[in-house]
Design a protein around this ligand. Sequence first.
Ligand SMILES: NC(=O)c1ccc[n+]([C@@H]2O[C@H](COP(=O)([O-])OP(=O)(O)OC[C@H]3O[C@@H](n4cnc5c(N)ncnc54)[C@H](OP(=O)(O)O)[C@@H]3O)[C@@H](O)[C@H]2O)c1
Length: 214
Amino acid sequence: MRVGILGSGLMGGKLGTLFTRAGHEVVFSYARRPEKLDRLAREAGGNARAGTPGEAARDADALLLAVHWSRIEDVLQQAGDVSGKVIVSCSLPMNADDTELVVAHTSSGAEELAKRVPGATVISAFNTIPSEVLFAVFEARGNATRPSLVYCGDTGSGKQLAARLIRDVGFDPVDAGQLRIARYTEPFGLLVAQLAYEGEGGPELAYRFERYGK
Ligand SMILES: NC(=O)c1ccc[n+]([C@@H]2O[C@H](COP(=O)([O-])OP(=O)(O)OC[C@H]3O[C@@H](n4cnc5c(N)ncnc54)[C@H](OP(=O)(O)O)[C@@H]3O)[C@@H](O)[C@H]2O)c1
């Protein structure tokens, strides 16, 4: 699969590296210094390169949107026409100092994003997990049990594609339903962040849902 990374920071840099290691063709874009994108592409090995957001978007089967909420408009403008694309967004709609959700209850960041790019399919995923645990989850992907990762969206084909990427990183994808369910998954992402960054065990934290009774 060809995956364009829009925002190559903690999440985009690591997920792009893991997508590359899983065999995907990756274009890293949108960092303040182009050298950083070159370094990420070099260190990811495999089929990765650095590019502009427009280049990342052009031939992509999927785009990972991984920028701060305040940068969404800018990165989308630079990406150009994203009609027909699947946008997997891990971006949480946080205020400037990352202390509060600025969209919640009656909408979600993912739904607001979908309104901004009506021709694209938005899938909300990877926003309930700290970046610090991603490599460890990938390393443990051969274990019998995998950590869960919730995702949601409105089209079956987009969700299939997102589920494949989630599996490739080493998680067990949990389909939470339609995109409006991001109203629940986004605050849940803050709970996980609270446990990861304010809890005692450190930020290398993942979660797993278990179903009983069958
Ligand atoms: N970090 C997590 O564990 C985590 C977990 C769940 C969800 N999220 C969400 O995921 C999204 C990304 O988070 P993150 O932690 O990966 O953020 P980050 O490390 O700050 O990465 C953001 C990327 O955007 C780039 N960028 C920012 N301003 C720019 C500008 N003016 N021009 C060009 N590039 C610019 C940054 O460039 P530089 O590389 O030069 O800094 C960086 O590559 C956020 O919405 C966050 O809420 C994060």
